[in-house]
Design a protein around this ligand. Structure first.
Ligand code: ACM
Ligand code: ZN
Length: 700
């Protein structure tokens, strides 16, 4: 260990420990920063709030003599948990290495129920906390140290508590179904990372995944589809079939399965929050019970339920009654995103309801549904969470908003006095690729992902409640989402979430603000990846990460650098890049076409070198992201001129459309040196209705 470093840490912490105002968990965990850098001996994720390295190492391969001073139920459940852990636990007097767990109201302890004070020394290990959750997290820190260092763990004194009370991870067993054991495996990792909310997306267009006794067809029919791959099913008529039909893909959690998952999570301080989607994303529901839609039948289900019929509302209340019996969570997530009003606007029942309520806009039906459900849940002591779209139809008074598109909905809801959970796609959606798309999409094991390119570093850079945010005290916390449209199996889900979940966990727990040191975090993440892989988690290979597109990191100063560009055809208004500077600013695009690429229906630009120069090469990069009809050029022409009137063609290429999803390709001319003042590049998309995206015209 680096001694000098350790002494600095020691001194700075001596000051900070005494002054620490420990925070409760809700939003106000936003505290002044403490500059804690983890030395080599502190390979924990998430980084503790306060930590002081003590002398030496402690051998924990020997049995630990467990002594718990806590309420009986706490003592019993922690003893049970410890016996399943990798620690060797014995009763009193059977070892001289004590493990003391104490529930205490000592004022020096963090005020958060989840906070703890841990001392690991050669005299033994002691954890003090205000309750079970804090003791559990102290144990997690010991277990993580053991995972990192083996039998002999570094001695530490740690005082720790979470920045946010809500530290969530979301799984989507609808688009592709995952087993109970898979969820338990992820719960174990979440607990180790001190994450405490598991959001399960249980219903959607592609399937209904939770047994509801009163409505068995939801899982006997709505949980089975013809076609395992989500995208294929979507493109081939969206058929459901009865359970047991040959070729049926799907599955669901029985009530007993789900209760088992909930209990398993609870032992690990994790609350499972079920999401039952309404009013949209409802094909599986309306296919199973067509009368729930405005017009529907099982072969042509509709994506929205009919809000005008009181029987629909009664159906949903029945479902939620059973859901509340399975899930003790205070929060029930009702979804509410991406719905259409098309059917409601034409439906006699919906129109009657609108007239009765005095609504002038069909979106208000959404607000009506959520207010009705909020009241129903509140009658059972529960609250609702919904996505951004709740703001459109009038958000229910006590609703908590989960902000997914960006942070704007979250900010607006917080300002209006609502609690908010942040999961903006740009930082928290783990369905986008985490490394070069060229690498990520070119193996048989790598199905496509979204355009979204989200590196570990970017996840780590996220602050869910920055100082500049008005209403930041309403931010309960942060969550990552792993939508599984493009994750056809469990192995792929793990690949997409690890190690990004490590970064999210630290963003949620630790107070990073000004001391966010990615390089230092990455070192810890690499070690944790090694351990996770040994434990059978299929993590992304962080050690061999390519990272952001290399050419985008540094400006290229070619002959045309900084020169004027004339646009014979306009760029796409939504993709202006850097305007007229884009093609000669030396800056290449990132992996996603949304950053530093300029888009065109037809590209036709002329670069004026300002004077006649000797040129031997002209080249330009284009990219393709076929899902969004961003395609490579079908035709590309490069020509040059001395006078700006008479052009000589240097290159003319016709390319057939290449169906591959992601492509980056350089087109260019290279030849004998020639005198040139003007360079013209024309490109048209290889697919009708598509567009071309270029980042720079390099002239050499
Ligand atoms: C969402 O991603 N539509 C919540
Ligand atoms: Zn209707």
């Amino acid at each position: 260990m680096n001694m000098k470093y350790s002494i600095i840490v020691f001194i700075s912490l001596l000051f900070s420990v005494g002054a620490a105002a420990c925070s409760p968990v809700r939003g106000e965990g936003i505290q002044p920063d403490r500059d804690i850098k983890m030395p080599d001996d502190g390979l924990m994720i998430p980084r503790p709030m306060e930590a002081r390295r003590l002398e030496g190492y402690v051998d924990i391969s020997q049995p630990l003599c467990l002594k718990i001073d806590a309420q009986d139920d706490v003592a019993e459940s922690l003893t049970k948990y410890l016996r399943t852990s990798s620690l060797s636990i014995v009763g009193p007097a059977l070892s001289d290495m004590p493990l003391l767990l104490t529930v205490s109201e000592d004022e020096k302890l963090p005020s958060s129920e989840e906070g703890y004070h841990l001392v690991i020394s050669n005299d033994g290990i002691s954890i003090e906390a205000r309750g079970r959750a804090g003791l559990f997290y102290g144990i997690q820190t010991i277990l993580q140290l053991k995972n990192m260092y083996g039998a002999s763990i570094p001695a530490w004194e740690i005082t720790d508590w979470p920045r946010f009370g809500y530290r969530g991870m979301h799984f989507d067993p609808v688009r592709h179904f995952f087993s109970k054991d898979f969820l338990k495996k992820q719960i174990r990792m979440m607990a180790s990372l001190k994450m405490n909310r598991l959001h399960l997306h249980l219903t959607d267009n592609e399937g209904w995944r939770l047994q509801i006794s009163k409505y068995p067809r939801l899982t006997q029919y709505g949980a089975w589809r013809l076609g395992d791959i989500w995208d294929d099913w979507n493109k081939t008529g969206r058929r459901f079939v009865n359970q047991g039909t040959a070729g049926a893909y799907g599955g669901y959690f029985s009530i007993e399965d789900m209760k088992e998952i909930v209990a398993y999570a609870k032992e690990r301080n994790i609350t499972v929050i079920p999401e039952i989607e309404m009013p949209g994303h409802a094909f599986a529901m309306t296919a199973s019970y067509p009368e729930l839609a405005c017009v529907s039948n099982e072969f042509s289900p509709v994506g929205e339920i009919c809000i005008g019929k009181d029987s629909t509302i009664e159906f949903l209340k029945d479902v939620l009654t059973e859901v509340m019996e399975i899930f003790p969570s205070e929060y029930i997530h009702l979804g509410g995103d991406e719905y259409s009003i098309d059917y409601w606007a034409k439906c006699p029942d919906c129109r009657r309801k609108m007239a009765e309520m005095g609504f002038t806009d069909a979106h208000q039906l959404h607000g009506y549904l959520f207010r009705t459900m909020e009241e129903f849940l509140a009658g059972h002591g529960r609250r609702l969470i919904g996505w951004d779209e709740m703001l459109t139809g009038g958000i229910a008074p006590d609703a908590t908003l989960m902000s997914w598109q960006d942070e704007k909905a979250g900010q607006a809801a917080a300002l209006a006095g609502h609690d908010v959970i942040m999961t903006p796609g740009e930082y928290c959606y783990f369905d986008g690729c985490q490394d070069s798309p060229e690498k990520e999409f070119r193996t048989p094991d790598s199905p496509p992902a979204l355009w979204n390119f989200l590196t570990l570093q970017r996840v780590y850079s996220y602050d869910p409640a920055p100082l500049s945010m008005q209403g930041r005290e309403r931010v309960l916390g942060v969550q990552a989402c792993s939508w599984s449209e493009w994750m056809p199996n469990e192995k792929r889900v793990e690949y997409m979430i690890y190690p990004r979940m490590f970064a999210l966990a630290e963003v949620a727990w630790s107070n990073l603000n000004e001391h966010r040191d990615y390089t230092e975090f990455r070192r810890r993440a690499l070690r944790l990846c090694d351990w996770a892989r040994n434990e059978g988690y299929n993590t992304f290979d962080l050690a061999n990460e390519i990272g952001e597109r290399p050419s985008s990191l540094k400006a290229t100063e070619h002959l045309g650098y900084g020169c004027e560009v004339k646009y014979n055809k306009p760029w796409l208004p939504d993709f202006p890049c850097d305007g007229v500077k884009s093609m000669t600013d030396g800056i290449h695009g990132k992996w996603t076409y949304r950053v530093n690429w300029q888009g065109f229906k037809e590209m036709d630009v002329v670069i004026d070198l300002g004077e006649s120069k000797t040129v031997k090469e002209v080249r330009a990069d284009f990219m393709q992201y076929a899902d969004d009809r961003v395609v490579l050029p079908g035709k590309i022409v490069i020509s040059c001129s001395e006078d700006g009137k008479n052009y000589t063609e240097l290159l003319s290429l016709d390319n057939p459309y290449d169906v591959y999803k992601y492509l980056y390709r350089t087109y260019g001319w290279k030849g004998a040196e020639r005198k040139v003042r003007y360079v013209r590049l024309q490109a048209s998309p290889a697919l009708e209705g598509g567009s071309v995206f270029c980042d720079e015209v390099e002239i050499w």
